[in-house]
Structures are given as structure tokens and as C-alpha cells.
Design a protein. Structure first.
Ligand code: MG
Ligand code: ZN
Length: 188
């Protein structure tokens, strides 16, 4: 066991990273896990690394669906991941529209910082994996390492990135494989 506050953490985006990206996903029955994502999360679980989902859900602020719909999708996600022996330690979502100027919408750091506090996670050694530049921006703002996946919107986002990610991965599974190697390289 690591001392408290020294817990390793990987922050994962949800849509386009763990599950197929569907515009404003609000119906749990529409949820499809991306190939290999369950295994990827299980690899992190097996090493005692915290897996925390941080997701922008502006569909709530836009009135397209409710917080309870986000929770219902999360519950379904949990169920599907369990089939692969994988589990997420916690999920946080920003319900705001971009124009609300909140501090929790990625690349804002409020949710990740709250999660780190609640789970005793070490932000200085954190990783963020996602399919958008806002995910890489979150990594930068946290002084963490960012991995862009080419699933979801990733392939398109890769063309227009201002700041390069630390690694570009085909999908979540190869992102996690890189992260585990990187942790080893940098001293576990
Ligand atoms: Mg995404
Ligand atoms: Zn917010």
C-alpha cells in the first residue's frame, strides 16, 4: 500500500475513449464498449491504479438530458465493464454548457482535483487519456501526462492539436500499455 495521497491515478474520458461516441449519449441501451477497453481498465485495476472517469456532459446544461441520465449510462457502463472483470473507481461529470465558464468543464481541472482529494491520488504522477484536445489540455493543466486515443473523435482531433500529447495511441488498450511501460520507466 502506498501512503495516503500517493495513490496512482489514470483519468479516463468516457465517450469516444471507453465507449463508442454517440452524440449526447443519454440512453443506456445505446452504450457500446470500445474493443479492448474492458481489458485496459482491468490491467489498471490489477495494479491497484485508480481509474477515474472525468467527462464533459454539456447535454445536461443544454437541456437534452438530465444528470440522472448520465448516471444511468454510467451504471450501464459499470455493468458492461464488469463482464470483462473491470471496474471504474469513480465517475465525475461536468453538466455545464461551454458558455457558462465553469471550472469543471475539461480542460478545467476542478473535477480531477476533487477526485484526487477524495481518492488520495497523486496528481503529479497522473495520466489523462481521452479522444479530444480538451483531454490533453486537462493533462497539461494538471501537469500530468496526456494520451490521445484515435477512437471516437481522436483521429480528427489529432490533426488540429496545438499541444502534442505525450503519446498517441490507437485505442484505450494501447494507451494503457504505454502508461504501464511509462510508469516502469519512470520508477513505478
Ligand atoms: Mg470523448
Ligand atoms: Zn462544469
Amino acid at each position: 500500500m502506498r501512503e495516503s495521497g500517493r495513490q496512482r491515478v489514470v483519468f479516463l474520458d468516457r465517450d469516444g475513449t471507453i465507449n463508442e461516441d454517440v452524440e449526447y449519449l443519454s440512453n443506456p441501451s445505446g452504450l457500446v464498449i470500445i474493443e479492448g477497453a474492458g481489458k485496459a481498465i482491468r490491467l489498471l485495476n490489477e495494479r491497484g491504479i485508480k481509474v477515474i472517469v472525468v467527462t464533459n456532459q454539456s447535454g445536461v446544461g443544454r437541456g437534452y438530458f438530465k444528470d440522472s441520465d448520465v448516471e444511468a449510462v454510467n451504471a450501464r457502463l459499470k455493468e458492461l465493464l464488469a463482464r470483462d472483470g473491470a471496474s471504474i473507481d469513480a465517475s465525475y461529470h461536468c453538466p455545464h454548457r461551454p458558455d457558462e465558464g465553469c471550472e469543471c468543464r475539461k480542460p478545467g481541472t476542478a473535477l480531477a482535483k476533487r477526485a484526487a482529494k477524495e481518492h488520495g491520488a497523486d496528481l503529479s504522477r497522473a495520466y489523462v487519456v481521452g479522444d479530444k484536445s480538451s483531454d490533453i489540455g486537462l493533462a497539461r493543466n494538471l501537469f500530468a501526462k496526456g494520451v490521445l486515443v484515435l477512437t471516437g473523435k481522436g483521429a480528427k482531433e489529432a490533426e488540429g492539436l496545438v499541444e502534442p500529447p505525450d503519446f498517441i495511441a490507437q485505442d484505450l488498450l494501447s494507451a494503457v500499455e504505454w502508461i504501464l511501460e511509462d510508469m516502469e520507466r519512470t520508477g513505478g
